[in-house]
Design a binder for this molecule. Structure first.
Ligand SMILES: Cc1ncc(COP(=O)(O)O)c(C=O)c1O
Length: 395
C-alpha cells in the first residue's frame, strides 16, 4: 500500500534506537550498560505524586481546556516571573504532551513548505525530522570547529529570503554546552535584523553546573519577546519524562494558533499529569536542587574518568546530562580485527564490549559519540572502565 513521501522520509530516533538495542541485549541476558537514554534516572518529586493522587481522587479525569488547566499555566507564568523576570500571561502559554510535540506545534505555526530553519550543529535529532515533516528545509551551521560556540558571522552567511526561524537549544543536547549572554544577544540581534522567529528550547535550564548561569534569550534581549517561542517542560529538571508535560510560551497571537492546532491533534495533555506538574512546580524546588547537585557530581565523575582515556577528547559540559566525545582519534584503528571507520562503527564495536552510546552522526556531528551520564555513579564507573579497556584495545 502507498505510504506518503513525508512519512517515508522519517528516520526513527537514533537515541531511542540505541536504547532499544541495549534493552534487547539486556533481555537476552547480556550485561549491557547503556549511556544512550536522555532521561534522568531519579523518581519524580513526591509533590508530583501527591497532586496526581489528589487529582484522581477528586475525579479530575475529564478533558481540560486544550492549552492546559489554569492552575498549571499560572504556575508556569509565576516560574518565568521568578526565575527570568519575564511577565507572561496564561493566555500566552500552551501546555502539551511533552516538549517534543510542543516543538512540532511551534514549527507548524511558522514553517511553510520550502521555508528554512537554521539549526546549530551538533543538534538534537527530532528538530531535523520535525522540520522535514513540515516540508521545511534544515539549514545547518556547524560549530564543531569553534569548540561548539556558534559564530554569528557563520549564521548570518546562511540566512536567505526563505529563512523563517533559528532554533536554539541551551543547555544543549547533545553537547551539554551553553550559549553565553553575549552570543545570545548577538544571535538575537541577527533575528531582529532579518525578521526571524527564535524558537528557544531551554528544557535543560535547571540542570546547570558550577559557576555557570543559564540565561533566557528574552531576558537577555527584551526586544525578542514578539518573535520568540519558548519551549520548556517538566521532563528533565523534575525527572518527569513519563508524565509527558511540556509547554510553549510566546506572543498571544501565536499561542492562540498553537492552541487551535493542538485542539485538533491531542486536545489537552493528560489531566492527572497536569496536576502532577502543578505539584512539582509549586513544591519541589528542593528536590530539583538535590538532583541538580547529583548530576553535577556525576558530571565531575565521568569527566575525570574520561580524561584518563586514550584517543579521545571532549569539552567539559556546562549543563544537561551529556558529554559529547570526539572519537576521531579512533578512526582507522582496529577492534578485534575490524576497522573503526566512523562514529557509527565505533558504537557498533563498543556495543560488543557491552557499552551503548549514541553516534554523533545522529546529531549532524560525525566523529563524535554522545554519552549520557543520567545513571548512578556505580554504573558510570563500570561503564567507563569498560570504555577505557575498549579504547586501550584499539590498535
Ligand atoms: C533538547 C530537547 N528538547 C526537547 C526534548 C523533549 O522533551 P519531552 O520529553 O518533554 O518531550 C528533549 C528530550 O530529549 C530534548 O533533548
Amino acid at each position: 500500500m502507498k505510504l506518503s513521501q513525508r512519512i517515508l522520509r522519517i528516520k526513527p530516533s537514533a537515541t531511542f534506537a540505541v536504547d532499544a538495542k541495549a534493552k534487547e541485549l539486556i533481555s537476552q541476558g547480556k550485561d549491557v550498560i547503556s549511556f544512550g537514554a536522555g532521561e534522568p534516572d531519579f523518581v519524580s518529586p513526591p509533590a508530583a505524586f501527591k497532586y496526581a493522587q489528589e487529582a484522581m481522587k477528586k475525579g479530575e479525569t475529564h478533558y481540560t481546556p486544550t492549552p492546559g488547566i489554569i492552575e498549571l499555566r499560572n504556575e508556569i507564568c509565576n516560574y518565568y516571573q521568578k526565575n527570568f523576570n519575564l511577565d507572561y500571561k496564561p493566555n500566552q502559554v500552551v501546555v502539551g504532551s511533552g516538549a517534543k510535540p510542543c516543538i512540532y506545534e511551534a514549527l507548524a505555526a511558522i514553517v511553510d513548505p520550502g521555508d528554512e530553519v537554521i539549526l546549530l550543529a551538533p543538534t538534537w535529532v527530532s528538530y531535523i525530522e520535525q522540520i522535514q515533516l513540515l516540508d521545511g528545509k534544515v539549514t545547518v551551521v556547524y560549530t564543531q570547529d569553534s569548540g561548539f560556540v556558534p559564530l554569528v558571522e557563520k549564521i548570518e552567511e546562511v540566512i536567505t529570503d526563505k529563512t523563517v526561524a533559528i532554533l536554539l537549544n541551551s543547555p544543549s543536547n547533545p553537547t551539554g554546552m551553553m550559549l553565553d549572554e553575549q552570543t545570545i544577544k548577538s544571535i538575537g540581534e541577527l533575528a531582529i535584523k532579518y525578521n526571524l522567529w527564535v524558537i528557544w528550547d531551554e528544557i535543560y535550564e535547571q540542570l546547570v553546573y558550577g559557576e555557570e548561569k543559564h540565561y533566557n534569550c528574552v531576558q537577555v534581549l527584551p526586544e525578542l519577546i514578539s518573535r520568540t517561542i519558548i519551549i520548556n517542560g517538566v521532563s528533565k529538571g523534575y525527572a518527569m519524562t513519563g508524565w509527558r508535560i511540556g509547554y510553549i510560551i510566546g506572543p498571544q497571537e501565536v499561542a492562540s494558533k498553537i492552541n487551535a492546532f493542538q485542539s485538533h491533534l491531542t486536545s489537552n495533555p493528560c489531566s492527572i499529569a497536569q496536576w502532577a506538574a502543578v505539584g512539582a512546580m509549586r513544591e519541589s524546588d528542593e528536590d530539583v536542587e538535590v538532583m541538580r547537585g547529583e548530576f553535577q557530581a556525576r558530571r565531575d565523575l565521568i569527566c575525570s574518568l574520561l580524561r584518563d582515556m586514550p584517543h579521545i577528547t571532549f569539552p567539559e559540559p556546562q549543563g544537561a546530562f551529556y558529554v559529547f566525545v570526539n572519537v576521531q582519534g579512533c578512526v582507522g584503528k582496529s577492534f578485534n580485527g575490524k576497522v573503526i571507520e566512523d562514529d557509527i562503527s565505533f558504537c557498533g564495536a563498543l556495543l560488543e564490549d557491552l557499552v551503548a552510546v549514541v553516534p554523533g552522526s545522529a546529531f549532524f556531528a560525525p566523529g563524535y559519540i554522545r554519552v549520557s551520564y543520567a545513571s548512578s555513579p556505580e554504573v558510570i564507573k563500570e561503564g567507563m572502565r569498560r570504555l577505557k579497556t575498549f579504547l586501550e584495545k584499539l590498535v
